[in-house]
Design a protein around this ligand. Sequence first.
Ligand SMILES: [Zn+2]
Ligand SMILES: [Zn+2]
Length: 238
Amino acid sequence: MKTAKFERKLCLLREYLFPTGCASCGQTLIHETEAWFGLCGDCAGSFPLSQEQRCVVCGRPLISEADICMNCRKSTQAEAAPAYDSMILLYPYIGKTQTLLKAYKFGKHRALAHFFSEKLFSSMSRFTASWIPVPPRTGKIKTAGWDQIEHIAQILEKQMRLPVLRCLKRLASKTQKALGKSERLTNLQGRILCVKNPPEEVIIFDDVFTTGSTMNVCARTLKDAGAKKVHGICLFYN
Ligand SMILES: [Zn+2]
Ligand SMILES: [Zn+2]
């Protein structure tokens, strides 16, 4: 992996010239790996992946429940089961993990994409499926200036050599943030299209999971287009 080594050196050089510091604690980054992940060694080690059992519907850690969390138990009785087959959510969107996502999205800490990609990959390494990014809301890139999920997709594809398929497209719809769960679902239905045939098994990935509506519509769309198994993973959950 000569290229990866060279890229890491380049990352450190960039950090010397235009220092951003650790995205979590602000400390100066002095090693290649630190510059690569955008985090100092101590902070990089302070975001372990949870080994807890997860709710099979929403992916959140279970607290003394079996298979399905209380929240999903209540709601899945009234609603249909989600279209995805499994869901993993990595970090609660609070405190220092919230700082991390904000540093990535709104700050200069784009190196964090390497860190996020590693976490995504190690959580899903048992699958050999293709990775499909959840398409951004139309207009989002214009406002933010860049596509944060696509940046991660490029690392998964180019540096980690994983199959990435950009087959989902999103048509204009109202922003999901201000809507309730049922409104979120209807707001998105028919607004996400599959423009290429997906393989049988796929992994869809996104940054934040709130009600799961976006993931659900993406999974439904992929299944309608021929996917048999759809796994989901999100970096953060509300
Ligand atoms: Zn730090
Ligand atoms: Zn649940």
